[in-house]
Design a protein around this ligand. Structure first.
Ligand SMILES: Cc1cc2nc3c(=O)[nH]c(=O)nc-3n(C[C@H](O)[C@H](O)[C@H](O)COP(=O)(O)OP(=O)(O)OC[C@H]3O[C@@H](n4cnc5c(N)ncnc54)[C@H](O)[C@@H]3O)c2cc1C
Length: 257
């Protein structure tokens, strides 16, 4: 077991201090457990279900003829540094994309049209090797139900520094305050930030939580923000956008309750 204080560990700086089961061998986790990665996409309630996290045993990177093997507990930043050092292409989107590789693959995380599955060959899920084409990847979704222990990526030469610059620039309008990244998914052919702004939610504050005045789709913690304030803002924003545009915003962040 490992004690985790989510008000420090999670990127949005909200949540209780709880005992978390540390997994150190390939297995299936019992029903009812919620697996966390780096908690960069999570809003953890004061009374979460039993939680699990992968141990450091799954924090590795190595190459063989098949490709680049990445343990699911390795951080995106570590993989990015490895790709730079070994001149590997296809990992540039990890620039400033916080998370463990397990969480990043599960969320099919990415920027604009680029996503982590672009370069994936297979993943080790619940002990079974699954080819990419047997996994249902789509926008910020993988459909993966089990635990990802490892991901194998294509080994292509030529780390693209120009692409990294593009990704860095895309992030210039993102706030520096604690958040869990984009709060809502972009609906087809529109932008959640545009809808939130038009519904009057850019900069809208409840207690110490707010939709950023820099980017309306970032729910930020102004300091000491709490779960209930975050939930109030999320519910109010969804209601207002639905009333004004008839669009049901889908959460990109995951609420763990
Ligand atoms: C400032 C900021 C900017 C961000 N920008 C982006 C962005 O540009 N694009 C983007 O896509 N996301 C972005 N995010 C969100 C976040 O980086 C991604 O969702 C990332 O994939 C979260 O990884 P994590 O390890 O923190 O996962 P967590 O937040 O801990 O978990 C996310 C999901 O993954 C599951 N999971 C975690 N590990 C595993 C595993 N080993 N096996 C199976 N399931 C697992 C969890 O159960 C949960 O469902 C941003 C977040 C922040 C804070």
């Amino acid at each position: 077991m490992r004690e985790i204080d989510f008000s420090k560990f999670s990127s949005i700086k909200i949540g209780p201090k709880v005992e978390v089961w540390e997994i150190d061998e390939v297995c299936k986790i019992p029903e009812g457990f919620f697996l966390i990665g780096g908690a960069n996409n999570l809003l953890v309630s004061p009374n979460p279900p039993p939680l699990a996290i992968l141990s450091k045993k799954f924090d590795y990177i190595f190459e063989d003829k098949e490709g680049v093997h990445v343990g699911a507990a390795a951080s995106g930043g570590k993989v990015l540094s490895y790709a730079k050092k070994h001149n590997l292409k296809g990992f540039e989107l990890l620039q400033k994309l916080p998370g463990s590789m397990g969480g990043i693959v599960k969320m099919n995380a990415g920027l604009k049209e680029f996503c982590i599955s672009d370069n994936l060959i297979n993943a080790l899920i619940d002990g079974a090797r699954r080819a990419k084409n047997s996994i249902d990847f789509s926008y910020r979704k993988s459909g993966i139900k089990g635990v990802i222990f490892e991901a194998v990526f294509e080994k292509k030469e030529g780390f693209d520094y120009a692409l990294v610059e593009i990704f860095k620039n895309m992030r210039n309008n993102q706030p520096n305050l604690p958040s869990a990244g984009s709060c809502f998914k972009n609906p087809p052919n529109d932008f959640a930030a545009r809808l939130l702004e038009a519904a009057g939610f850019k900069g809208k504050r409840v207690g110490n939580m707010a939709f950023s005045d820099m980017h309306a789709n970032f729910l930020v913690n102004l300091g000491g923000g709490i779960y209930e304030e975050a939930i109030t803002l999320i519910d109010e924003a969804r209601r207002a956008v639905f009333e004004k545009f008839g669009i049901r915003l889908e959460l990109e962040i995951e609420i763990v309750r």
